[in-house]
Write a protein that binds this ligand. Structure first.
Ligand code: ZN
Length: 115
């Protein structure tokens, strides 16, 4: 994503490597790859798909999931921290819990599906 943008603008990235940092498929990091095609992201989306949540909360769940994937990618790109599904899940669940406070107390979200 950022690498693809930099490449289009003729910026050079160290090592001339524009590949996704969250997987070892050696594929260019495009928006589509990073958020949908990447095995790392797929694992995150599979976790999200197992959640049972109210329809009105769906968009927030989607945005939080994508945001946390983006943060994992940035941590690895800029700090060298290995992207981790476990850490994504912790951050995702914590952020969802914070956002749940904005909604009705009757809103039920099952937070811990298997996987
Ligand atoms: Zn990837």
């Amino acid at each position: 994503m950022a690498e693809a943008c930099a490449r289009r603008r003729n910026y050079k990235i160290d090592g001339d490597n524009y590949n996704c940092v969250l997987c070892n498929l050696n594929l260019e990091e495009t928006t589509y790859h990073l958020f949908y095609e990447c095995p790392f992201s797929s694992r995150c989306w599979n976790f999200v798909a197992k959640m049972k949540c109210q329809h009105q909360f769906f968009m927030e769940i989607f945005i939080i999931s994508a945001w946390e994937i983006w943060k994992q990618r940035n941590a690895q790109t800029f700090r060298g921290t290995q992207g981790s599904f476990r850490y994504w899940k912790i951050c995702f669940v914590d952020t969802v819990k914070i956002h749940l406070h904005r909604f009705s107390p009757f809103l039920l979200v099952t937070m811990y599906p298997s996987g």
